[in-house]
Ligand binder design. Sequence first.
Ligand code: ZN
Length: 278
Amino acid sequence: MLLLILGFARPVFPQDAKEFANAAFLKKLNNDKSFSELKSKIVSEFAHTPAGRWGEFVNGVDEKIVTQKKIIAFTFDACGGKNGNGYDKELLDYLHKEKVPATLFVTGKWIDAQFPVFLVLSHDTLFEIENHGLKHKPCSINGESAYRIHGTANIEEAFDEIEANARKIEAITNHRPRFYRSATAYIDEACVRMASRLEITAVSYQIASGDAVPFAPEQVIEENVLRNIKPGALVIMHFNHPEWYTKEAMEKIVPKLRQMGYTFVRLKDYELTSVKSH
Ligand SMILES: [Zn+2]
């Protein structure tokens, strides 16, 4: 009886990081029929699909919210990997204190490095967790690269990058991500279609904050955002580098945008579209 009760009393959110670590989780997925059968199906469906354009704003990628109202979405990536495994706690504390909703794009690698933090963030209703890829490889069906980061080499790897991380996030949080931002935001059109086939929308951004530019001071980040602000914009920033000036810039940006009449939203609550002028 006691065992039965304990069985039911297991936490809704599993706490064991090891079983979700990229290598172990991918191995488990490959033994899972629903994953491996879908993978074979997608690989054959895309076998003769041309890669199409390679870039940040290719066909099918969304960059803004459909709206005329003064709302914008702050989106923050956590890339993971060497030099990318950090956590900008002060930034997230600031967003929380100011009640600024945000969309957080995380990789499988970053989840592995920051598992307890990830659990806390995924419970926080102010934040929406979305997919930044399993291994932070720009999504390509033929091995393109961006900023010297090697992309996925083929359809199989591209599938894992998108779908395995979606399943990993879902397994940990009970929520399947709806949006995918490829590592570096570079993606080919075949990957965009593959994501869509998996009921995931590939997104890029409309406003580059430039927080990732080496030594970008807070004034520059602030200017990049305020100068380009427009209704519905997706702003791209990072929350995995506490040594960058993202938080300091946000402390300036948020009150100024509020003064201008802007409010802040998460992607999942709105319809997205593309900016055709790119
Ligand atoms: Zn990234």
